[in-house]
Design a protein around this ligand. Structure first.
Ligand code: NAD
Length: 379
């Protein structure tokens, strides 16, 4: 029997963005192997992707339904599936996988709509199978360090959070050119009702709650479609209130020309603050009210065990996006293996799961409602 867990993929066909990243990340630690997939809605393109990934042609399926049916009958069938399709398919694919007894690693957002995520939550609970959600940024070692710092109380009570995720790639109507990633993201039927707020606002929201351990309790958001003719929001500003009385500002934009993946988190407590930037992810700035600024470097021997456990390389050899994804896969594999021996064992708490998925979808729904009514809304 193979020592590796066998992964199937839905999505990730020719020209796709995140599917190939999932394969690279999942296989990084040598514990997972991509063995099957329904990589595209087109059977020919699914076969072409299967060939490019070097999998058995018989396991490059014409549809995800066919894959789950065939794989669940094989002795060496897939242990789990990764969902890397447009958002509208996240629920049906997860439902079909779980019904076939196959665990799920899904890309975010968990579903296309808030109603769908409530259905998914019930389906996951009923199936009792592991479900992970790839909020990638949770996998960076210095995000884990920031999380430990917030929980330690050393920053003092947290009072203010500033989080932003700024991109510029939708500054022009790219969707009208047929560009694949822009086309489905601008189509409410394929994407869901939250454009930028769903695509990257949810990452900023997740990072906020993940690092601080706080929960957003109300918000006031303004969503706009800046580019003429665009059907979904492409620019969002939101004020947040958190359950300890802290306040926050969340900015997400895909029309911030010149920005690439400018995700930055600042958390201010009474005694000090932290700042982390995903484009410079191996440095964490820690500033103190009564002390000098510290820069903590990835792999530093002084870091918390939570940060060091998810570090692969000596300091100064940069780890990045793929490694962060791989951290989530490592936790998923460890959790899945533990679950296989004792199916009451949950996945590690550091790995985002269905709870994070529900909160993310609630965030989108609440932000849209707040923007529509131009008012504060309870979370
Ligand atoms: P993409 O358009 O590049 O890829 C989507 C793929 O799904 C394509 O290959 C398409 O052919 C395939 N597909 C569509 N319908 C299918 C079907 N019925 N069966 C099988 N395959 C089908 O999109 P993307 O940018 O890779 O985004 C995919 C998902 O990943 C989205 O939900 C997005 O939000 C998420 N994402 C997450 C991150 C992250 O950092 N975690 C980054 C980018 C995208």
């Amino acid at each position: 029997m193979s020592q590796k867990l066998r992964m199937g993929m839905v999505g990730g066909g020719p020209g796709a963005f995140i599917g190939p990243v999932h394969k690279m990340a999942a296989e990084l630690d040598g514990k997972i192997e991509l063995v099957a997939g329904a990589f595209s809605q087109s059977p020919d393109r699914s076969r072409a992707a299967g060939a490019s990934f070097g999998i058995d042609p018989a396991r490059a399926y014409a549809s995800y339904a066919e894959m789950f049916e065939a794989e669940s009958k094989r002795d060496d069938g897939i242990d789990f599936v990764v969902i890397a399709t447009p958002n509208n398919l996240h629920l049906p694919v997860a439902e079909a996988a779980l019904a076939a007894g196959i665990a799920v690693m899904s890309d975010k957002p968990a579903t296309a709509t808030y109603d769908q995520v409530l259905t998914l939550e019930a389906v996951v609970a009923k199936a009792g199978l592991p479900y992970g959600l790839t909020h990638t940024y949770a996998g960076y070692s210095l995000v884990r360090e920031a999380r430990v710092l917030c929980a330690s109380g050393k920053l003092g009570p947290i009072r203010k959070i500033a989080v932003e995720y700024l991109q510029g790639w939708l500054s022009r109507p790219l969707e009208s050119t047929g560009q694949k990633q822009a086309a489905w993201r601008s189509d409410p039927a394929l994407n869901g009702p939250g454009g930028c707020i769903g695509d990257i606002g949810t990452h900023a929201f997740h990072l906020t709650e993940y690092v601080t351990g706080l929960k957003v309790t109300s918000l006031n958001a303004a969503l706009r479609s800046v580019v003429s003719g665009r059907r979904l929001d492409d620019d969002c500003n939101a004020l947040l209130r958190l359950n300890n009385g802290a306040s926050g500002v969340l900015m997400a934009s895909q029309v911030a020309a010149g920005e690439r993946n400018g995700m930055r988190l600042r958390v201010y407590g009474e005694e000090g603050s932290i700042e982390w930037h995903q484009e410079d992810p191996n440095r964490l700035s820690v500033k103190w009210l009564d002390g000098p600024e510290e820069i903590r470097h990835a792999a530093g021997s002084y870091l918390s065990s939570d940060a060091l456990t998810v570090t692969r390389l000596p300091g100064g050899h940069p780890e990045g996006y793929i490694e962060a994804f791989a951290v989530l896969y490592r936790e998923f594999v460890d959790g899945l293996l533990a679950w296989k021996t004792d199916n009451t064992k949950p996945l590690p708490a550091t790995l985002p799961g269905i709870e994070a998925g529900v909160r993310g979808m609630r965030f989108i729904e609440r932000a849209i409602e707040s923007s529509r009514t131009e008012s504060w809304v309870q979370f």
